[in-house]
Design a protein around this ligand. Sequence first.
Ligand code: OAD
Length: 259
Amino acid sequence: MKSGYCDGNLLTALREARRVLVLTGAGVSAESGVPTFRDSLVGLWERYDPAELATPEAFRRDGALVWGWYEWRRMRVMKARPNPAHLAIADMADRVPSMTLVTQNVDDLHERAGSRNVVHLHGNLAAPYCERCKRPYELPPAAPDLPEGGVCIEPPRCAGCSGLVRPGVVWFGEDLPQAAWQAARDAAARADVFLSIGTSSVVQPAASLIGIAVGAGAVTIQVNPNPTPLEGLVSHTLKGPAGTVLPELLRAWGPGARG
Ligand code: OAD
């Protein structure tokens, strides 16, 4: 095997896997230029922790600050391209009989890389809605053109009830979309291989999925350049950026039973 990242047991588990669950986090989009939530913020937001901005309280307190932050992230996503990690994850789905891709990311980079039926646990940046009547708000098609240092922007008003429009993401303290959470739990309970890629594994309830998979006997794999609470608990740790590790893993895997 060419790769120093993966051993024979890991490759056997992948080649024999029937049901794979891939859970991704912000680290998968980092190499596309979308900052993770652990990167320190710059410019207008440098004195804020992202976890403070991603709350209903922050939006109520300073809607223009929070809306401006999400518009800036939406701009970064619209200008970004899927990276080799997104492409490798899309490719993986063709190698196993059944793969469920569950993401905590609110971008569409997995879909743009070719992944289908992505389960979004934390919503979608491109789907804001009225916080009062829940009516979807239609965003202009062009990417926002904002200064890199950030800017406060008053949130728009709903065309139906004049309520405040909020980002279509799940904030701390809010429930996950029920269907997405159920699909993720079901996939974890059935998985024989669970890959945790580019997530700090500290945000619940997403971080609890791996426990469900372990309980069902799954082989667990983590891909991350940095330590997380999963280190030492997973069956295999592949240390490094996902955009390097995953293509390497696929090369070592070979064409696979279906490839
Ligand atoms: P985090 O920002 O918490 O963690 C990103 C993880 O990606 C870290 O463990 C990094 O070490 C890792 N990482 C960085 N670059 C990487 C690379 N090139 N390849 C692989 N890994 C890399 O992001 P999440 O775990 O996704 O929720 O955070 C979970 C949730 O917390 C987010 O969905 C968001 C956040 O607050 C809400 O907004 C509700």
